[in-house]
Ligand binder design. Structure first.
Ligand code: APR
Length: 323
């Protein structure tokens, strides 16, 4: 899972590089800057003194010293005024410049705080969206494990509208659909041939082939049908290359449910096709858990952005999609 949102203190992260939300002096401050300097020790400040500061939107790298991380990448986020003074472009640049520095120093794992979303006043949900957009764009072309570290979950929120929309959808489906779904699950025991929403294939042989098809075979077939490359599929699914090659090489590979769903999202499958792919991995969408209902919420709205879905799952304390 190349991009994960985690709740932690960034100074505890055992990664190659932690990113510091610094100010232009690079001489320390409060918030995450203060925490990083405190944990790294005085040598960090001594090295920062040699850097001559850093412009907003830019990034500079130092050692990690007493931190578990090998490096600290110091970047200076914009001070948020009203969103009309180029703040977004500068914040995007912080992530891009930091990722480029991490890549140049062969970092395989990097942890970001939500830059500018504290003292600098960038609205947290917008700051998170910028982070996710820039990092996921970078991950489409690069192999790296990137963490977005949320320190105070209370302050963390996705947009109010999305949150209440999903909460309402969970309430509805979780309650009155629960019994209907039970009837539906009786349907699940019906003979496969009448239940499964088969692909529109024009002959019985093809239909029977689809019944016997394993998860891995269906995945590879759908990748071909969608005209995607393997890499496009697993990167869009936020799945790392190693896991994908395991699935590709083992016809009977049984993935976890979040992994199977991540591929369904990446392939932009309909709900029926998603259920079919899940079934081949030995799972079913169940209305008795929030994770599944949130996935269904996004698929039914045609929103297949796995990073937005993970943001929502994180906000509802659910495990995330991907490996
Ligand atoms: N680990 C992870 N995230 C943290 C930690 C921590 N230990 N401490 C704070 N954060 C989070 C905050 O909750 C916020 O969401 O980091 C995010 C960024 O907040 P700030 O640290 O205030 O950084 P920023 O908003 O970019 O302001 C930078 O603040 O500390 C000063 O010297 C810094 O002047 C600079 C300004």
């Amino acid at each position: 899972m190349p991009l994960e949102i985690v709740r932690n203190d960034i100074t505890k992260m055992k990664v190659d590089a932690v990113v510091n939300a610094a100010n232009e002096s690079l001489l320390g401050g409060g918030g995450v800057d203060g925490a990083i300097h405190y944990a790294a020790g005085v040598e960090l400040l001594e090295e920062c003194r040699t850097l001559g500061g850093c412009k907003t939107g830019k990034a500079k790298i130092t050692g990690g010293y007493k931190l578990p991380a090998k490096y600290v990448i110091h970047t200076v986020g914009p001070i948020y005024e009203d969103g009309k003074h180029g703040e977004k472009a500068l914040l995007e640049s912080c992530y891009r410049e930091s990722l480029a520095l991490a890549k140049a120093h062969d970092c395989e794992t990097v942890a970001f705080p939500l830059i500018s979303s504290g003292v600098y006043g960038y609205p947290k949900d917008q700051a998170l969206k910028v982070a996710i957009d820039v990092i996921s764009e970078f991950l489409l072309k690069n192999e790296m494990m990137v963490y977005i570290v949320i320190f105070d979950k209370a302050a963390y929120k996705i947009s109010e509208k999305l949150f209440s929309d999903i909460a309402e959808y969970i309430d509805d489906n979780y309650v009155h659909e629960h019994t209907k779904y039970l009837c539906g699950s009786i349907r699940m025991n019906a003979p496969m041939i009448s239940y499964t929403n088969f692909e529109k294939t024009d002959d019985l042989a093809a239909k029977l082939r689809q019944i016997d098809e394993s998860f891995s075979q269906m995945l590879l077939r759908k990748i071909d049908e969608k005209g995607m490359t393997d890499a496009e599929c697993y990167k869009k699914a936020n799945i790392d290359r190693k896991l994908f090659s395991k699935i590709r090489s083992d016809i009977n590979y049984k993935p976890s449910k979040p992994t199977a769903l991540a591929f369904a999202i990446s392939l932009e499958l309909s709900l029926a096709e998603t259920e079919e792919m899940l079934r081949k991995a030995g799972f079913a969408l169940s209305h008795s858990n929030k994770f599944d209902i949130i996935i269904e919420y996004f698929i039914s709205r045609g929103n297949y952005n796995i990073f937005e879905i993970n943001e929502a799952l994180f906000a509802f304390d659910q495990s995330l999609l991907g490996a």
